[in-house]
Write a protein that binds this ligand. Sequence first.
Ligand code: SF4
Length: 311
Amino acid sequence: MPEPDYAWLPRENILDFEEIAVLVDAFASQGVDRVRITGGEPLLRRDLPRLIEMIAARPAVRDLALTTNGVLLAGQAARLRAAGLQRITISLDTLRRDRFQALARFDELPAVLAGIDAAVRAGFDSIKLDTVVIRGHNDDELPDLLAFARTIGAEIRFIEYMDVGGATHWSMDDVVPQREMLARLAGTHGPAAPLPGRDSAPAERFRLADGTTFGIIASTTEPFCAACDRSRLTADGLWLLCLYARGGLDLRHPLREGATVQELAHLIRTVWSMRADRGAEERLGSPARDVLIPVAALRRDAHLEMHTRGG
Ligand code: SF4
């Protein structure tokens, strides 16, 4: 968390729950049936279970999930589950407290582990752990993290470090490619066989001989843009068609100017029908791959950084 480089969205632009629900209706009318609440950190949003309840009550939404850093989860897991949250993903990059503090800039590993424990007890349909693998920071922990996930009945997904945004000072040297992750895991847990049926999911899933499954999201070295059917809505109503998009469609202004669900749906349909985004594949083809967005540009526009667009 390179805090000095961050810019933040003006508070008055943040959508309220009713506005978010209207946009969910507009997207759902066009066939979107899976919603994930992400961030930034969604558990910082006051009264989040009320938003979960509102979205869960919409029959068109058949899958409702949330991604969190887990710090505040211990106090909220049961309420989120009771509100109708089906699945939860918790970021966990390390099991070592000193490393956690170095990566996250706060000493909250015990709180995250308590949050994971609360999620297990809350009885979600599925719990996933997400680990962003960074060379020299946590790449020696892959076997331990996999073993931890197995003990709590969660599926872990190892994510190649991505060059989205820029404030993290990404470098290709920091990326641990999928094949190297598999080799490291095989050294402790034995070889893993790929599982069929990936469809549009970002993770390729694998199974160990003992039945343990895990995933790898290889967006940096083996992008899967051709199968991607995802888009993102920022907290202030900017609709991004790709994680790498430089711009998006502002839905807040038409919404606040009184557009109906049908009018918003028409906008969404028109823009989506022209979508040609292939951000990760294009980055793979760039000759000198460096930080995507310079820090000066990030300071001017908070929409360009990962914490705003929910990577
Ligand atoms: S880079 Fe863009 S198009 Fe490719 S998988 Fe990610 S969000 Fe989808």
